[in-house]
Design a protein around this ligand. Structure first.
Ligand SMILES: Cc1cc2nc3c(=O)[nH]c(=O)nc-3n(C[C@H](O)[C@H](O)[C@H](O)COP(=O)(O)OP(=O)(O)OC[C@H]3O[C@@H](n4cnc5c(N)ncnc54)[C@H](O)[C@@H]3O)c2cc1C
Ligand SMILES: *[C@@H]1O[C@H](CO)[C@@H](O)[C@H](O)[C@H]1NC(C)=O
Ligand SMILES: CC(=O)N[C@H]1CO[C@H](CO)[C@@H](O)[C@@H]1O
Length: 492
């Protein structure tokens, strides 16, 4: 069946108002598409993508790492580089927009992108191969000047001259007599995730995108089909919405909505903990030390590859977020679709019908060991909260953005594999190129196309339900795991 040619009047329905759906909608509208509608069951304009108020999408969060460092994956490095000036421009536009015009949850002057730097520390005393290839590829693109290897005399001198050296020992390892090996990346930092989503939703709406948000009206139950081809969606309120193209961008919920994608995408969870600093007037020293002016985003032993430990400066309200994705957990359940039963991994969040408020003891123990060694001044406060953050891993860690081969009416736009957020301003540009040139794909279109792999490792997808990462095979935390020592436990 030939792929459909769309016109600017074609109706396009997007399922999901996370990073993938939002960015796609914004770029479609900017390119002149006049009938674009985004559906989501989350009432985002009421809960402002707040994770304490019902939001559980991967995109709803305090902060996410924005980085260009991508090892050998030069296409992602370049896409992040192109996103950078747009993040800058968005900060400026937000500074110039009066609060009363902005959606609830955003105010004039909010800084959604913060260039605080990214300290990539080695845990084993030497720069990893991945680090070396990151440096090589940044150098090849003329960006070596933005990177500072700790201990390299030339880099140390440059950093002293411009002040970045103050962030080298953010974890005070040298001060404690521990080794300090790594690179400070000054192109990087963090984005305030939930606020960035709100801003993009606001921009998309201004550009003409329609949003249907809320539990009944926005919840997509199934797809409308005609002779095997998707021709629209049906929402939980019983309404049918016809569409020339349906774009499924439902993050961790994507495989359960469209099970044929399961060989390519698996829903997994990274683990996150929060440490709440004492009130600012009690510990002004810590609020100062961990502010983004003084403290960078950091990774310990590799973020995308390696131990998967990393964290952020404190938030406005004094929260230190630290994540672990060295092991990503799955949650298998039986899903019925089109009269068939499937065993698939699905999100199990704080808010889904089958709730999970704990994370694994393995994740907490790994993070506590890291904190004891690297941020001992935080151990007195204990862990104040945690979260399983669900996303879709693809079989090779690259996104999946393509029409379903047997169904040109349905496009999958997912597979963020834990690194999609930074591309919020730019991802939709490439989605648009894929929509418009199905038979003449550019490098991104080819990277993200529908694909299978017959043999060899598949990013853990080959484990399936029999594998060791299934959540119900894990020991989960109890309240006492949130304290750091026996003495503190006794005080509980
Ligand atoms: C712990 C963790 C750390 C991460 N760290 C980083 C990082 O540092 N840097 C980075 O760049 N990226 C990071 N990521 C990755 C990034 O968050 C994701 O790639 C990105 O947010 C995925 O966006 P999405 O739109 O695919 O999915 P989501 O944000 O999950 O959005 C999917 C949307 O679909 C909606 N939906 C689901 N089912 C339905 C339905 N039936 N009907 C209607 N709507 C539906 C959901 O409500 C949700 O709003 C991280 C992710 C996690 C979980
Ligand atoms: C948008 O598409 C829908 C579904 O095809 C259609 O019912 C509606 O009339 C279209 N709206 C406009 C303004 O073209
Ligand atoms: C385009 C480019 O420079 N790619 C390089 C990225 O780094 C790896 C490892 O150093 C090289 O093999 C690539 O050629």
């Amino acid at each position: 069946m030939p792929p459909t040619t769309l016109s600017k009047d074609s109706s396009i329905a997007i399922v999901g108002a996370g990073v993938f759906g939002l960015s796609t909608s914004l770029h479609l509208a900017a390119a002149g598409y006049k009938n674009v509608t985004v559906f989501d069951y989350q009432p985002y304009e009421q809960n402002a993508y707040s994770t304490t108020d019902g939001a559980d999408a991967a995109s709803a969060d305090l902060n996410k790492v924005m980085r260009l460092s991508y090892g050998e994956e030069v296409l992602y490095q370049r896409l992040a580089f192109e996103a950078l000036p747009i993040w800058e421009a968005w900060n400026r536009e937000l500074a110039a927009t009066p609060t009363h015009k902005l959606p609830k949850g955003l105010k004039q002057g909010d800084k959604i992108w913060n260039n605080c730097g990214f300290l990539r520390l080695s845990a084993d005393g030497k720069l990893s191969e991945h680090e070396k290839s990151t440096l090589a590829n940044l150098t090849a693109d003329g960006l070596r000047d933005t990177q500072y290897i700790i201990g390299d005399p030339r880099d140390e001198a440059r950093a002293k001259a411009n002040g970045w050296h103050r962030k080298f020992d953010a974890l005070k390892r040298k001060e404690r007599g521990q080794n300090l090996v790594g690179v400070l990346d000054t192109t990087a930092g963090f984005v305030e995730a939930s606020k960035a989503c709100l801003w993009t939703l606001y921009l998309a709406r201004k550009a003409g995108v329609k949003f249907v948000l809320g539990n009944e009206v926005g919840r997509v139950d199934c797809f409308l089909k005609e002779r095997g081809r998707t021709v629209g969606i049906k929402t939980a309120d019983g309404l049918e919405h016809k569409a020339d193209l349906v774009i499924l961008a439902a993050g961790g919920w994507t495989p359960s909505l469209f099970p044929p994608v399961a060989p390519l995408l698996e829903t997994t969870a990274g683990s996150v903990i929060y440490i709440q600093l004492p009130p600012q007037h009690e510990r002004p020293d810590l609020w100062e030390r961990f502010s983004s002016e003084k403290f960078p985003v950091y990774a310990w032993g590799g973020w995308s590859k390696g131990s998967g430990i990393g964290g952020f400066p404190r938030t406005e309200t004094g929260i230190m977020k630290i994540g672990f994705r060295g092991k990503k957990y799955t949650n298998y359940a039986t899903i019925e679709r089109d009269g068939q039963r499937h065993r698939l991994s699905v999100p199990k969040t704080r808010y889904t019908p089958e709730t999970e408020t704990r994370i694994t003891k393995e994740a907490v123990d790994t993070l506590k060991a890291f904190i004891k060694e690297n941020l001992p001044e935080l151990t007195a406060f204990g862990i104040s909260g945690c979260r399983n953050c669900w996303y879709t891993d693809s079989l090779d860690n690259s996104f999946l953005i393509d029409r379903v081969p047997s169904d040109p009416g349905l496009m999958i736009c997912s597979g963020g594999s834990g690194h999609g957020f930074k591309f919020l301003p730019i991802l939709g540009r490439e989605v648009l190129a894929i929509i418009e040139n199905p038979n003449n794909k550019n490098a991104y279109g080819r990277l993200w196309q529908w694909r299978t792999k017959d043999s060899g490792p598949k990013n853990g997808l080959e484990d399936g339900e029999a594998g060791p990462r299934v959540l119900n095979k894990q020991v989960m935390t109890t309240a006492k795991d949130f304290k750091f020592s026996e003495i503190e436990k006794a005080r509980l």
